[in-house]
Ligand binder design. Structure first.
Ligand SMILES: Cc1cc2nc3c(=O)[nH]c(=O)nc-3n(C[C@H](O)[C@H](O)[C@H](O)COP(=O)(O)O)c2cc1C
Length: 199
């Protein structure tokens, strides 16, 4: 696999679905490094993550790009698997998120798990588009940042997370629609609950 396209590589935030050992879906937000055409991706999940365990066992999954930040927020706090609208994946064993804009079925070509944070090179074997991408919006970006913060509870200081959430509330307030507002509220409540559980 070639791992560069004229040096134009970047991180693309999205959602990875993989299959657990019992056949149930695992749905996790992940930001792989990709080439601009998304013909390959490099995932860097921790060895403790379910995504890593599943990819080591099955070698296949589906990466999704979406403008639906509520999907990303729910996946970040483990509240998507039970309610997600799923179809069988094409090209690999797995599932596709119907509410995503684009999907990329991938196969692992190289897996390095010598470090706690693994490096998994994958080749895209099938791809498709479910619907158009809505476009940029400051609230959508804010929800993605908030979702990342929610996955870093216990890693980042609570004070820092709360300060960031306050800052992110401003673009949400100014530019959100109902989906973004719901997603941000969900994350805010999850973060607040975790703070209470810690104290
Ligand atoms: C937008 C977004 C991108 C993320 N990207 C990564 C990533 O590239 N690598 C990683 O290890 N975790 C990433 N995370 C955090 C994981 O989603 C989180 O650790 C999750 O609990 C892993 O789930 P799993 O155990 O089901 O694989 C990201 C979270 C969000 C919200």
């Amino acid at each position: 696999m070639s791992n560069s396209t004229a040096g134009d590589e970047l991180i693309l935030e999205g959602i990875v679905t993989t299959l657990n050992a019992d056949g149930s879906p695992n749905i996790s937000p992940m930001g792989p490094r990709v080439d601009r055409e998304v013909t390959w991706l490099v995932l860097r999940p921790f060895r403790t993550s379910q995504t890593y365990q599943n990819l080591r066992r099955l070698n296949e999954g589906v990466f999704h790009v979406t403008d639906d930040v509520e999907l990303i927020a729910r996946a970040a706090i483990g509240q998507l698997s039970d309610v997600a609208n799923l179809l069988p994946a094409r090209g690999v064993q797995g599932v596709m998120l119907v509410d995503a804009c684009r999907w990329f079925a991938f196969r692992v070509v190289e897996l390095d798990d010598t470090q706690e944070r693994t490096t998994i090179h994958c080749s895209v074997v099938a791809t498709g588009t479910n619907r158009d991408f809505f476009g940029f919006n400051r609230a959508k970006h804010a929800v993605i940042e908030a979702a990342i913060l929610a996955t870093r509870i216990g890693i980042l200081p609570a004070k820092q997370i709360n300060a960031e959430m306050e800052r992110l509330a401003v673009p949400v307030e100014k530019t959100a629609g109902e989906q973004e507002r719901r997603a941000f509220k969900l994350l805010r409540e999850y973060i607040a609950r975790s703070a209470t559980a810690d104290s």
